[in-house]
Design a protein. Structure first.
Length: 157
């Protein structure tokens, strides 16, 4: 007898460690994770409070490097030169800014995300650039507001 019960929809995603929490991105939205090389940091990036800390030279483009921690109000970036860079596709097929780069830590891992291993923690966060906070596989993770970040990146160009 066939069951009418549908299995939960899985979305394979990268769970990427950040300085304090994790970043959760669908695997299709991540172009590449690269070492912190080819980043031209601004002079005040490490001591300042700006979220745009420099630009990544990647595939013959200058991709804005964004500190998600700074957007959340965390000033101390730690040893940013030991970070990695997650290059993420923007959502609106913008020829001017096709990618954004986020500073991340640690080794990302691919996990299937579905109703069985995830739950919404905060669907309306107050932090700038954050669309939601979720728990995935018992880890707190941020889902970035890519539309807002794309608008912010356009404003700095």
């Amino acid at each position: 007898m066939a069951s009418n019960k549908k299995s939960p929809q899985e979305v394979f995603s990268f769970l990427i460690p950040m300085q304090q929490d994790n970043l959760l991105m669908p695997s299709e939205s991540v172009a590449e994770i690269v070492p912190f090389m080819n980043v031209s940091m601004f002079e005040s990036a490490e001591k300042g409070s700006d979220w745009h800390i420099g630009n990544l030279a990647w595939r013959n483009m200058n991709v804005p490097v964004i500190s998600l921690e700074r957007l959340q109000g965390i000033q101390d970036l730690g040893d940013v030169r030991r970070a990695r860079i997650a290059v993420i596709y923007t959502l609106n097929a913008n020829q001017e800014i096709p990618y954004l780069a986020f500073t991340v830590r640690g080794i990302p891992r691919i996990i299937p995300v579905d109703d069985n291993n995830s739950e919404m923690l905060d669907a309306n966060p107050s932090e700038r650039g954050v669309a939601a906070w979720v728990s995935v596989a018992s880890k707190k993770a941020m889902i970035p507001d890519m539309d807002a970040m794309e608008i912010m990146a356009k404003e700095i160009r």
